[in-house]
Write a protein that binds this ligand. Structure first.
Ligand code: ACO
Length: 311
């Protein structure tokens, strides 16, 4: 019966077995995964916009090639993740509809504007850096297709993080104006990057169940702390200052203490009222509508081939 199946399922999870698409799983496990994986996919795809904004204005041909490749990678990550979500019995159309209707969220960070070239540095260094901390942990998630997708995504993300850090390093070693531009980008992206890890554990609606099912392997606060600890040294090396007066090494904890996030801003942004929410969604909807003929053509081509093969 159902209770027995659920006990067996938990035993498999506890034994670190991966759950595969055709295995029995509790409906809530399936729904929770669809929610998280689809939001993750949407984040990758919406995340192409702030960086796409700078492709035509990259300062050198080399930087332009690198940024172009990086933004394409993000699109690819979105595609792996949509495919992983589809293995749970939901269609791509339903997933996109969830994004367009506002039912499905995407990472709050992508609702901040990219104002200068230095923002490409800050996004690669901090946003991809935060994403890696989270995704390295998700490589061990209990759902097989999600876990395997994360392994590949993490490899690409580490290249993204380095290209961003390299932009910051170059600017920080440049003229006074360039260094100021790098510091300004750090000032604007630091706090939103910390928000990427979600609410405090005590406020996190899904954490307890997701940890029990090993969908999440480390908590929002644990991962955020890890990110802060690794970023302090990185900022020091290039001579930039993290905009947090409360940031201080805590000998006893063996971690950095840091200031409180503006949770009011976090809530506002995830509920649709950040600086760029409307612009990001409108752009996605427009691009999706303009791409309808491509999807139609592919479907028609596929039908024709199937017909030919049958006759
Ligand atoms: N931006 C937008 N929404 C967020 C954020 C954020 N930074 N943090 C939390 N939320 C949302 C959750 O999605 C959830 O909303 P929902 O119930 O409508 O789905 C709500 O706030 C409550 O948060 P939690 O209970 O903590 O949610 P969850 O357990 O899913 O944890 C987290 C949030 C850590 C983001 C988790 O979903 C996760 O690890 N996702 C995969 C990683 C990911 O999505 N990365 C995307 C950014 S990286 C990149 O694309 C480059």
């Amino acid at each position: 019966d159902a209770a027995q199946q659920e006990t067996l399922f938990q035993t498999r999870i506890d034994a670190e077995e991966k759950i595969e698409p055709k295995d029995w799983m509790p409906e809530k496990y399936r729904q929770n995964l669809i929610r998280q994986i689809s939001q993750h996919a949407h984040s990758e795809v919406i995340g192409m916009q702030p960086e796409g904004n700078w492709i035509t204005r990259a300062p050198t041909l080399h930087r332009k090639c690198v940024l172009l490749a990086k933004v394409q990678d993000e699109g690819g990550h979105g595609l792996y993740l949509y495919s992983a979500a589809e293995t749970l019995g939901i269609t791509r159309e339903e997933l996109i509809e969830g994004l367009h209707s506002g039912k499905a969220k995407y990472a709050s960070i992508f609702n901040y504007p990219s104002l200068t070239w230095a923002d490409m540095g800050a996004i690669g260094w901090l946003v991809d850096g935060a994403a890696i901390v989270n995704q390295v942990s998700l490589q061990r998630t209990s759902y097989g297709p999600y876990s395997r997708g994360m392994v590949r995504i993490c490899k690409e993300e580490s290249f993204h993080q380095r290209q961003g850090y390299h932009i910051m390093m170059t600017l920080a070693r440049g003229s006074a104006e360039q260094k100021a531009m790098a510091q300004d980008a750090l000032d604007r992206f630091w706090w939103p990057s910390l928000m990427m890890f979600g609410p405090h554990d005590a406020e996190s609606a899904h954490s307890a169940q997701s940890m029990k099912w090993k969908i999440k392997r480390q908590s929002n606060d644990e991962l955020r702390q890890k990110f802060v600890d690794q970023s302090v040294k990185q900022a020091e090396v290039i001579g930039l200052t993290i905009p947090d007066p409360d940031l201080k090494w805590n000998e006893e904890r063996g971690h950095y203490d840091f200031g409180e996030i503006d949770w009011e801003e976090f809530t506002r942004v995830i509920n649709g009222d950040g600086m760029c929410n409307r612009q990001r969604l409108a752009h996605h909807i427009r691009a999706h509508e303009e791409g309808q003929w491509v999807r139609d053509a592919i479907t028609a081509h596929e039908a024709k081939q199937r017909e030919r093969a049958a006759s």
